[in-house]
Design a protein around this ligand. Structure first.
Ligand code: SF4
Length: 105
């Protein structure tokens, strides 16, 4: 489990820098820096699946599955970083988000 702080305020799962999801998926198979990663779990505000998501309490502890295998925190597609920051405050689509905690090996 990871302590996740998410600054993607345009995501339907975001509440006060917390993510309401049980877990998120980060993409970036070929990523060598943060800018090539993104949160694949981003959900645009107003989409149909938002309603049930918003009934959950926001929380900081989240399970992160990650395809960014060139990150030093990546262990067999599980993120081992204690604290993770996802950024992209004006994101309209998932590719405009990124994992700011990415560190190359
Ligand atoms: S810190 Fe590294 S392993 Fe963890 S989610 Fe970000 S890119 Fe993936």
């Amino acid at each position: 489990m990871n302590d996740l702080a998410c600054g993607v305020k345009s995501c339907a799962y975001n509440d006060c820098n917390c993510c309401k999801r049980e877990g998120i998926k980060v993409e970036g198979t070929m990523a060598e820096s943060s800018s090539s990663t993104c949160c694949a779990s981003f959900c645009e505000c107003g989409s149909p699946r938002v309603t049930s998501a918003c009934e959950c309490e926001p929380k900081r502890v989240t399970n992160i599955i990650c395809d960014a295998v060139k990150c030093r925190y990546n262990d067999d597609k599980n993120c081992t970083a204690k604290h993770v920051d996802v950024t992209g405050s004006h994101a309209m689509i998932s590719s405009e988000t990124e994992c700011a905690t990415f560190v190359g090996r």
